[in-house]
Design a protein around this ligand. Structure first.
Ligand SMILES: [Zn+2]
Length: 228
């Protein structure tokens, strides 16, 4: 069942519609489970010399894919097994967890909410693969919620890159997510990315619909550390 929001509810929430209703508001929800991106050096330590990642299915963003390869995440006080690697390889290894996952690992340092690639000051952990282990010094983050879109989508929404918006989704447990970062690139396709904690809070899943709502004052608080 697709979670939907009724027109009256949208109106009550001050949905981002102009007088002519010419701006689009609907986005598709994409839920990201815990995963990691790996550099080639770490691929070879974890899975063997000369190993290259094995794609099993494409993801919503063009060129991105889920891999057959999985690793275990180990901290001093906990472990999470069988965490999926996403490809292609990246310059730096990065682990994306939900807040709930970080509680399971009982990490000593709190894990920051970050956009992908912003790993400065984040904690590390141990990656355990079939061929070897990697002691990651940093790179564990909780992903900042965001919407990928093309320049054409951005124009249709009346939005620009790095703008903060709010998105309402869910049915019985409807949530308005503030601090959603707009990411605009020709490489992207339209998708509202949240993690499993966020999805569960709103009772939504991949493929459900979300709606851009007009940010109120509370959504416009400065959050300098997210985009920096
Ligand atoms: Zn994303």
């Amino acid at each position: 069942m697709i979670a939907t929001i009724k027109a009256e509810q949208l109106e009550a929430m001050g949905v981002l519609l102009d007088a002519t209703q010419s701006l689009r508001t609907e986005v598709t929800v994409g839920v990201s489970g815990r995963h990691l991106h790996v550099c080639q050096e770490h691929v070879e330590i974890l899975f063997g010399k000369g190993h290259s990642l094995t794609p099993i299915r494409g993801l919503s963003q063009p060129g991105q894919f889920a891999c057959e390869e999985q690793v275990n995440l180990r901290s001093a006080k906990g472990e999470i097994q069988n965490v999926r690697v996403l490809g292609p390889v990246r310059p730096e290894t990065q682990v994306e967890l939900s807040l709930t996952d970080t509680f399971r690992l009982k990490l000593d340092v709190s894990v920051p909410v970050r956009m992908s690639g912003k790993t400065e000051g984040s904690p590390g952990l141990t990656l355990v693969g079939p061929a070897g282990e990697v002691e990651l010094e940093r790179g564990v983050i909780i992903a900042q919620r965001h919407i990928h879109m093309t320049p054409e989508d951005a124009a249709a929404f009346g939005l620009t890159d790095k703008q903060m918006v709010a998105v309402a989704c869910g049915d019985a447990r409807q949530v308005v997510f503030g601090n959603v970062v707009v990411r605009v690139s020709n490489e992207y396709s339209l998708d509202f990315h949240i993690d499993t904690d966020e999805a569960n809070a709103a009772g939504v899943k991949t493929g459900d619909k979300g709606y851009l709502v007009r940010p109120t004052l509370s959504y416009q608080l400065p959050i300098t550390n997210l985009l920096g």
